[in-house]
Design a protein around this ligand. Structure first.
Ligand code: FAD
Ligand code: EPU
Length: 335
């Protein structure tokens, strides 16, 4: 375990932004982590797969890449299995392992980039499933007193793209493992319209979890850019939640504006649709821009600066606010 100096982070963020970290280390156990923290007096940045960060400047601290590995069965009966998974496991590989073993519930979250340890951070979600529906508990290292704390699902205070780790406990914990509960008797969730349509297109009438995963992978691949080919961090903004009156005002002029009712009577609007309506979809400025198939995704065509992409996001926020009176919130972590 070596602390390296002035390392480029380009390969460690899916936006492909070329900034450096003044110090960089990879850790694979709590002992490693304790050792590193003992000799370090700089601010730290925890890195998983780097698929939800935008670097706007060099990082003047210690970037710690989380490589905690391992998948362990904690509990099992005829119907369910509980798996404790190291935070450094690659999310999609874990999903594929579950599908191979017939563990259901996680298939709608196929092909999301990043690591297991970041999945509770923003309560990753896609195609009708959020990871909060699968998490039993989260094991985390308290950076203030070096103790280990177990967060129950309730204590994680999960919400839409939110958890206690992104809000009241921000920066306090290094997530070391996540325990998931999965079903051994498949019960699939195809409630998200696009999945049903894709299964019909694939000519599948009685879908297995593998079929649902394939459908999700196919839908995602058709609109989300592969970070290996085009730098991006997925949705740059959250979908805004608005009051019914606000939604109704938009529907007067745009009766087809996508909107989804929420349990508390408010409505989620589609940020991608709002951004597209403001004329940004596919807009390219030098070597960065707005993806042409999904306006919620900002892209780096190669060599872009994070600060340029950040400034573009500010212009988009202003433009959507001027047109619709809605202030978009960034989903990506800005550094
Ligand atoms: P990183 O980007 O490395 O880190 C994200 C944040 O979490 C940072 O603040 C970091 O400091 C912190 N962090 C990371 N690991 C730990 C840890 N172990 N302990 C404490 N803090 C930690 N997200 C969705 O929800 N749904 C999607 O459908 C989706 N699609 C995407 C598609 C593409 C093409 C891309 C590029 C991204 C997409 N994302 C999506 C966003 C991203 O994949 C998720 O947010 C993912 O969970 C980030 O994981 P990561 O390991 O890359 O985290
Ligand atoms: N839309 C447009 N124009 C666009 C993009 C979208 O009109 O450019 C419309 C679509 O036609 C659809 C609606 O907006 O009617 C929603 O679009 P989509 O189904 O593509 O989903 P999204 O709301 O844009 C969210 C998540 C994604 C997740 C998908 C699938 C957020 C911020 N984003 O996107 O998550 O994969 O749903 O569930 O909630 C991520 O977080 O990084 C991410 C990719």
């Amino acid at each position: 375990m070596e602390i390296k100096k002035n390392i480029s982070l380009k390969a460690y963020n899916t936006f492909g932004i070329d900034v450096s970290a003044s110090n960089f280390v990879e850790v694979s156990s709590v002992e490693n982590l304790k050792e590193v923290l003992l000799v370090n007096n700089k601010p730290i940045l925890i890195l998983g797969g780097g698929s939800n960060v935008l670097f706007t400047k060099n990082y003047e601290g210690l970037a710690i890449k989380n490589n905690f590995k391992g998948i362990e069965i904690v509990n099992e009966n005829q119907d369910q299995i509980s798996l404790k998974v190291g935070a450094g496991e690659v999310w999609h590989e874990f999903v594929m392992d579950c599908i191979e073993n017939g563990y259901a519930g996680i298939e709608n979250l196929s092909l999301i980039p990043g690591n297991v340890g970041a999945s509770p951070m923003q309560n990753i979600g896609a195609y009708g499933t959020e990871v909060k529906d699968l998490i039993n508990e989260v094991e985390a290292f308290d950076l203030r007193d070096n103790s280990i704390r177990i967060f129950s699902n309730i204590e994680c205070d999960f919400g839409y793209r939110s958890s206690v780790f992104k809000t009241s406990e921000k920066g306090n914990f290094f997530i070391t493992a996540v325990t998931f509960k999965l079903n051994k008797k498949a019960g699939i969730n195809t409630s998200y319209g696009a999945i049903e349509a894709e299964l019909v297109r694939m000519n599948v009438s009685s879908p297995t979890i593998k079929d649902v995963s394939n459908a999700v992978i196919s839908i995602r691949s058709s609109k989300l850019p592969d970070p290996k080919l085009l730098g991006n961090s997925g949705s740059f903004f959250k979908n805004p939640i608005v009051a019914e009156e606000e939604k109704n005002k938009i529907l007067i002029n745009y009766p087809n504006a996508p909107h989804y009712s929420q349990p508390n009577g408010s409505f989620k609007m589609a940020a991608g649709w709002l951004i597209e309506k403001c004329g940004w979809k596919g807009k390219r400025i030098d070597n960065y821009g707005v993806h042409d198939k999904q306006a919620l995704v900002l892209v780096n065509y190669g060599g872009a600066k994070g600060s340029d992409i950040y400034n573009l996001s500010t212009q988009i926020i202003t433009s959507v606010n001027d047109t619709f009176g809605i202030i978009l919130e960034r989903e990506v972590n800005i550094l």
